[in-house]
Design a protein around this ligand. Structure first.
Ligand SMILES: NC(=O)C1=CN([C@@H]2O[C@H](COP(=O)(O)OP(=O)(O)OC[C@H]3O[C@@H](n4cnc5c(N)ncnc54)[C@H](O)[C@@H]3O)[C@@H](O)[C@H]2O)C=CC1
Ligand SMILES: O=C(O)C1=NCCCC1
Ligand SMILES: [Mg+2]
Length: 813
């Protein structure tokens, strides 16, 4: 096929796009046009469209040049495109598709923003379909695609489709039957995840509260693959800090800037056009010049991804509007300049007047307005030779000096009495250098420090100057510093353990600090808090809890437990950091090539629940329906267990309990709204009440102590115990354990890893592995025992089989 691009249509298309004034043409997806054209030309079966640049008008040429020199694709396309680097065939074909789409775009007579959007989605669809076709054509074992330079590039796509999208590839019934099939095929040969890899264990000992698990590699002959899951578990959740700030080029940023002065100038309005349309009816023609385009504004944009004002330059000028065009078409507007600033930046004009307070993500403030475009000559109705070229020149853009200051200073405020060591602590965790001396009020204004993490995130911490008793009455620095606390998301109470400098006992310090804050503003009590006790090196013994609060003892001066403190700031329930985080690697059997690397979290969530569903299906009698299910816990596993257990059994009702009633309600709404669970889901405020008369009880908590007691349960109850995966953690009490017929996904793993089994002395009482249950079919699993217990530990074989299913579904999607 020979393509002849229709230049007048190309011009029309480009003008239409540019004239919308809001559409960024570069985003339409003509990637590497140049390169693809030349490559296409070398490829016999493809033909190069001919574009005669001389025929294009100025605007189109410059647009094309921009297109050619910059690759700026919609992210979906970038994902596919980038993933196939090195695959010449693929690149050519993507180029081919781009060109084909371009050709069709040019054929389209009805261009508007909507149809452009449609075309853009269409483009993404085509590239996607094409990539699927290539994947399917691959005839290599395991579905590996020969054209791909590295499977990692391709799997990056899948990783990018984290949790939600990813979960679409996993259907409960399909996963359950796949895993059941795999368990059935095992023939008793099962690789137990007896212990995490030795190195991980050693690291665990060194690193404190976090725990590391690495499941053993598992081989699944029937699926022609093997694999491994690497998993870390960090259960300590002292403090919830919802803000961690992603920072680009962390290494290059050494300065933390919280105040800047800069000059800002809006773009000038473009001049009106002076074009004249000739016609035989008028002697001098009809003026038809459009209005000039508006000059761009300079705007500030509040963004969570910006941590300080250090990136701002000393001056900005927005682009001018362009000349009005003929046929009364307005000139192109100058683009606005958006200056990203941290949330909570206050902007003042040169006279100190507040122009705005950027508190919310994505809120914008115009700091220099662009000038209006001048009127085109079509507005001047007077006809005749003299007035034909009358037009407005466009207004000048505003110009001023402004000051920007960060006022939402920090995610976390350090609060403590003078000399508790807050400044020393800030120095220890960040590069901030507040003055440190042992007399009160060394710090007169809040000092900020950025605590930086290896994953490029950072948390801003403020050293809030000395609070004293009576501060709420404006004593000491009084209200001036209490105000700073207002804008912190979380607070860390810093207690002084030094007998010499402390005003009162640590317990009393905590009480007084809280009281001061409460008296100043009762809402402060709703803030997230953590408590640290400083100068622990100066005391012989220390209680690690105070008034029911976990307290982390540190020595800021000597760097003792400072790493723990840094981690404590970051680990929390309110951030998106999950307690578990994992990766699954799937390898091809024969060649040992890595087929895919997957985010392990959705796999863990789904496969664990699928295994529980298989166990429950076999351990309860086939006829039993309308049972009462109880789920203790309200997080990932709780959600997935409701979905998977309801896929194999009908329940009369599902009772849900968790420590946090709010989370139970959220969990219930999620299940009803996102997964259309129709079985009544009932929140319970007492675990005991929920378990009374229940048929199936699932424990999916991070508790270290029993959450269910045998005395609560009725005879015949089936308990699926999913949490307590460490040798010293419990979810079930001894009475429950000793009265249960016990089964496990792996007997060997359960003997080595389950605190419930080990500490209740039940290691020799585990009947068999799940794969034997699956093979045996229906029988009396309870025997003489009061209850039936399935202890789940989670095994690599389940992860690998699930990853295989996801991968297969992905490539055939
Ligand atoms: N057997 C297996 O294959 C797997 C087991 N697990 C285990 O399942 C449990 C739940 O996992 P996720 O939902 O991902 O964890 P998560 O961290 O997202 O949620 C933990 C849940 O436990 C609750 N919880 C925490 N401490 C508690 C306490 N002291 N008392 C009562 N409830 C408490 C929390 O409120 C929350 O509802 C964990 O113990 C985890 O290690 C997780 C994955 C696989
Ligand atoms: O995914 C698994 O397998 C897990 N095993 C024990 C602890 C949590 C996750
Ligand atoms: Mg496990």
């Amino acid at each position: 096929m020979e393509w002849q691009l229709n230049i007048s249509k190309l011009n029309k298309f480009l003008s239409a796009v540019l004239n919308t004034g809001q559409f960024d043409i570069l985003k339409l997806g003509f990637a590497n046009l140049n390169e693809d054209l030349s490559e296409l030309a070398n490829e016999e079966q493809l033909y190069m469209p001919s574009i005669d640049l001389d025929e294009l008008n100025e605007m189109s040429v410059s647009s094309l040049l921009r297109i050619k020199t910059r690759v700026h694709l919609p992210t979906d396309i970038v994902r596919f495109y980038a993933s196939t680097e090195g695959s010449v065939a693929y690149r050519l074909s993507s180029g081919f598709i781009f060109l084909q789409a371009l050709y069709e775009i040019l054929e389209d007579d009805t261009l508007n923003r909507e149809s452009l959007n449609e075309l853009q989605s269409d483009l993404v669809r085509r590239v996607t379909n094409y990539s699927q076709e290539i994947l399917q054509k691959s005839n290599r074992t395991g579905g590996q695609v020969p054209e791909f330079k590295s499977s990692l590039e391709q799997t990056a796509i899948m990783c990018a489709e984290r949790n939600t999208d990813y979960e679409k590839l996993i259907k409960p019934k399909e996963l359950i039957s796949t895993l059941e099939g795999v368990l059935g095929s095992l023939d008793g040969k099962i690789t137990p995840d007896i212990q995490p890899l030795r190195h991980f264990m050693e690291i665990t000992r060194e690193t404190g509260p976090s725990g590391y698990f690495a499941s053993m590699p598992a081989h699944i002959p029937s699926l022609k693959c093997f694999g491994v899951k690497i998993l870390t578990l960090y259960p300590s959740k002292f403090i919830c800090l919802p803000i961690t700030i992603q920072m680009k080029n962390l290494a290059s940023k050494s300065k933390f800037v919280d105040w800047v002065r800069l000059s800002v100038t809006g773009g000038n309005g473009g001049p009106g056009g002076t074009m004249v349309q000739w016609s035989i009816d008028t002697k001098y023609g009809v003026p038809c010049g459009g209005d000039g385009g508006r000059g761009g504004d300079v705007r500030m944009l509040a963004s969570r991804s910006v941590s300080n004002l250090g990136e701002l330059k000393t001056g900005y000028k927005a682009p001018d509007g362009r000349l009005g065009k003929k046929n009364r078409i307005p000139g192109t507007h100058g683009e606005h300049i958006l200056l990203p600033v941290p949330l909570g930046t206050v902007v003042k004009d040169g006279y100190g007047n507040i122009m705005g307070d950027l508190l919310k993500e994505d809120s914008e403030l115009v700091v220099a307005r662009g000038g209006d475009g001048g009127m085109g000559n079509h507005n001047y109705s007077v006809l005749g030779k003299k007035y034909r070229f009358e037009r407005g020149l466009g207004d000048l853009g505003e110009n001023r000096w402004i000051e920007a200051e960060m006022k939402t200073i920090a995610a976390v405020g350090l609060v403590g009495f003078p000399n508790a060591g807050k400044s020393t602590l800030l120095r220890a965790i960040s590069r901030a250098r507040p003055k440190v001396a042992s007399y009160p009020f060394t710090t007169l204004r809040p000092y900020l420090g950025a605590v930086e993490y290896l994953d490029q995130s950072q948390i801003i911490v403020a050293d809030i100057p000395g609070l004293i008793q009576g501060a709420h009455l404006n004593k000491g620095l009084g209200h001036s510093f209490l105000r700073h606390i207002e804008r912190c998301t979380a607070l860390v109470y810093v207690l002084d353990l030094d007998q010499v400098t402390m005003k009162c006992s640590p317990g009393e310090q905590l009480m007084h600090l809280r009281e001061e804050l409460r008296l100043y503003q009762p809402e402060f009590m709703n803030k997230i808090v953590a408590v640290v006790a400083n100068k622990v090196d100066l005391v012989d013994e220390w209680e690690y809890s105070l008034e029911g609060e976990n307290v982390l003892a540190i020595s800021a001066e000597n760097g003792l437990y400072i790493d723990e403190f840094r981690i404590l700031l970051k680990s929390n329930e309110a951030t998106s950091y999950p307690s578990h985080s994992s990766t699954v690697l799937l390898y091809e059997n024969v060649t040992g090539q890595l087929i895919t690397q997957l985010d392990g979290d959705p796999i863990t969530n789904n496969r664990t629940a699928a295994i529980s569903a298989i166990a429950m299906k076999h351990l309860t009698s086939k006829e039993s329906n309308n049972l009462v299910l109880v789920v203790l816990g309200s997080s990932n596993q709780a959600k997935s267990h409701v979905r998977y257990l309801t896929a194999v059994k009908d329940f009369k009702e599902i009772r849900m309990w968790s420590r946090n009633a709010d989370n139970v309600n959220k969990c219930i709404s999620y299940l009803q709204q996102t997964h259309n669970i129709n079985t009544p889901l009932i929140p319970y405020s007492s675990a005991e009440e929920a378990c009374t008369d229940a048929d199936v009880i699932v424990t999916v908590t991070l508790s270290k102590d029993p959450v269910v007691k045998g005395s609560w349960l009725k005879q015949g109850a089936v308990i699926i115990c999913v949490g307590a995966c460490r040798p010293d953690w419990r979810e079930l009490d001894d009475e429950l354990m000793l009265n249960s017929a016990i089964y496990a996904d792996s007997v060997q793993s359960a003997k080595a890893e389950s605190g419930d089994i080990i500490l209740s002395g039940s290691t020799d009482r585990i009947e068999c592995d799940l794969c034997h249950i699956v093979k045996e079919g229906e029988r009396d699993w309870r025997g003489d025992n009061k209850f039936i217990l399935f202890k789940s530990l989670g095994m690599a074989i389940q992860d690998v089989a699930s990853a295989h299913l996801i991968y297969s579904n992905y490539i055939s999607k």
